[in-house]
Ligand binder design. Structure first.
Ligand code: NAP
Length: 247
């Protein structure tokens, strides 16, 4: 699969949160275009099935992004198996959303651990490899929740804006041309993200919105591919992708 004139063919791309939703769609698209993908998540059965279905050489890495050693293993596996890592897509995320008054400290901690610490561990693991190679690309899935603040999504939005800030700092620290940075901010996408919401009424409301007008995950995968396929001296910094009907 892939063809020699496609800039994505032959690239080595590690994707966290590849077992469903946006990460899975990104793996399918990039593999179909000839990338070697390294798929990371906790649901190993999903990853194994996906590896079997992909048209191009791929590998699954069982990993919890809240554990730094797991994230390092994702990067190490790419280098051991494919000789390099061109792109890390920091995509794993959860949305244990709810009103501040619920005081869901455990849910807030969980979001900070996955959405913020997980991304930082990815950056820490990938940068030494990128510096050694002389090039590399960090893509992070952020959210429109951080652009338009809405009730119930305060802490989720805060975690997303934390990584948006980190990505901008990384961009400014990487103007020697070695590391590219891209932040992708999707609006509503029809995925399994509602599964992490504990409040059943709120989960049902989000599910209904996803079903009614959520984008197919492939729409976000195409945006990620657009950022990756640019020549290395072209950096797509921020992309926002909403359903046309989202307010
Ligand atoms: N859906 C939307 O409307 C939307 C909008 C804006 C931004 N986003 C962001 O898009 C990203 C992908 O979410 P999605 O919508 O595709 O939802 P999803 O279908 O629930 O996918 C989330 C992925 O993250 C993984 N994950 C969660 N916790 C993890 C952990 N501790 N370690 C490793 N992997 C973990 C999950 O895999 P396992 O459970 O197998 O580990 C799964 O593969 C997230 O960062 C989310 O915040 C989504």
């Amino acid at each position: 699969m892939g063809n020699a004139s496609d800039p994505i063919t032959g690239q080595v791309v590690a994707i966290t949160g590849a077992s469903s939703g946006i990460g899975e769609a990104t793996a399918r698209l990039l593999s179909a275009r000839g990338a070697h993908v390294v798929l990371a998540a906790r649901r190993t059965d999903r990853l194994t099935t996906l590896v079997d279905e992909l048209p191009h050489d791929a590998v699954a890495v069982p990993a919890d992004v809240t554990v730094p050693e797991d994230v390092t293993r994702i990067v190490d596996t790419a280098v051991e198996r494919f000789g390099r890592l061109d792109v890390l897509v920091n995509n794993a995320g959860i949305a244990t959303i709810g009103e501040m008054a619920d005081g869901d400290v455990a849910g807030w901690d969980a979001m900070i651990d996955v959405n913020v610490r997980g991304v930082l561990y990815g950056i820490a693991a990938a940068l030494p490899v990128f510096r050694r190679q002389g090039r590399g690309h960090i893509v992070t899935t952020v959210s429109t929740a951080g652009l338009k603040i809405v009730p119930t999504m305060g802490v989720y939005a805060a975690t997303k804006n934390a990584v948006r800030t980190v990505m901008e700092a990384l961009r400014q620290e990487s103007t020697d041309g070695v590391v590219r940075t891209t932040s992708i901010s999707p609006g509503f996408v029809n995925t399994e993200l509602d599964g992490s919401i504990d409040d059943s009424d709120l989960a049902a409301r989000i599910r209904a919105q996803m079903d009614e007008f959520g984008l197919p995950p492939d729409a976000v995968a195409r945006a990620i591919a657009f950022a990756i396929e640019q020549p290395h001296d072209v950096e797509i910094g921020d992309l926002t992708i909403r359903p046309t009907r989202q307010n």
